[in-house]
Design a protein around this ligand. Sequence first.
Ligand SMILES: Cc1cc2nc3c(=O)[nH]c(=O)nc-3n(C[C@H](O)[C@H](O)[C@H](O)COP(=O)(O)OP(=O)(O)OC[C@H]3O[C@@H](n4cnc5c(N)ncnc54)[C@H](O)[C@@H]3O)c2cc1C
Length: 420
Amino acid sequence: MTAETNADSVVVGAGIVGVMAALYLQAEGRKVLLVEREEVAAGASAGNAGILAFPEIIPVASPGIMFKAPKWLLDPLGPLSVPPTYGLKIAPWLFHFWRASSRKAFAHGIAAQTEMMHLAAAEMRRMRETPELAGFFDTTGTLDLYDSEASFDAAASDWLEKEKAGFQFTSVGRAEIDRLQPGLAPQFRHAMYSPAGIQVNDPKGLTRAVADLVTARGGALRKGEVRDIAPNADGAIITLDDGATIKATSVVVAGGAWSKTLAARLGDPVPLETERGYNTTLPAQAFPLQRQLYFNDHAFVVTPLSEGIRVGGAVELGGLELAPNYRRSKALLAKAARFLPDLKTEGGREWMGFRPSMPDCLPVIGRSSASPAVLYAFGHGHLGLTQSAATGRLIGELAAGRPASLSLAPFRPGRFLRGG
Ligand SMILES: Cc1cc2nc3c(=O)[nH]c(=O)nc-3n(C[C@H](O)[C@H](O)[C@H](O)COP(=O)(O)OP(=O)(O)OC[C@H]3O[C@@H](n4cnc5c(N)ncnc54)[C@H](O)[C@@H]3O)c2cc1C
């Protein structure tokens, strides 16, 4: 067994949340070791849609969702699916999701997300101003499209909440939609346009660039799977899959959808599940895309990236083990071709990723009950890229023992426990 004693702060997982946590820990004067079992950006951070969705403060767990969801489930390739073999396993998570959709919990979720998103926007601005990272951001605006006046009207209360939270957008009709994005199918006559919408043009590249920054500033990256974290009086001893151990003064668990096992071993049973998402990245010449398009009635997006056009979204509650069902990416692509009739659908690359999702749609950011030296940063669901820099900041503050920039109560790991 080998022991390494030079680690001060260890971050488990080099997705966007882990590398941001590492960057902010460094800013607090910590010497950081990132431990990743595969490579930087091996998980959800590699292939997401790249949207910095700061206005997305409305939790999916919302009043009435449990009546809408069964209708979506009827279509096995629709916006939401549960593979039959996973039906029973997802039941406890769905129970918490149902509880999180009460009016009170929903209002609490909006308040928590609003604070988080303002911090997220401020911290991501710092990233955009960092010379090594600036090239990964495009401000092209976001167009939220609706199939009908009825669905546009049904979303009015959500937009009101976003307006109250200080986000800016304008309602646009067909003429303006045509100007903002020529080539859409005729049914799209109602949309919201957010001119400040920001796109990360290469989510994997950004994650790698942040990891490079961490190493350039004196941090280290080590390959290995963390199997155990054993807190002690000086911090924790981390055991890797090859039997090596690392002594650390503090540890951050940022293993995305795989964080549940490590947290459970530490005595924190968090109801983390994965919402699997699918997409296809088409060559850039597939369509003259002007900006991010979100098809609200179908829960999928079409986004312009430096490598091409990414078409995807949807939610499959299928756990970490089942093989991907790429019929879902194909179904999304076929739908996109109906909505953008000139879209060339050939030559794409399909991908499936594991969103790390909590039932109340809020991340877990806080200390483990096992030790103040062990911190959690996972469970960001659909918003991990958006909230990564903010999470890094909060982790840095926790590690430094300074007051956090916002109340961490909504994000506490034990919130689903009885009395938690
Ligand atoms: C289809 C799709 C579209 C999305 N679009 C957007 C979007 O537009 N905007 C947005 O904000 N978010 C989006 N998301 C969500 C976002 O991608 C995730 O929330 C985010 O990437 C999570 O980052 P993470 O670092 O927590 O996890 P991950 O990126 O999954 O990284 C976790 C890392 O930890 C490593 N790891 C796990 N366990 C261990 C261990 N025991 N030891 C060592 N290493 C370990 C894994 O190998 C992995 O590299 C999307 C997700 C999907 C699937």
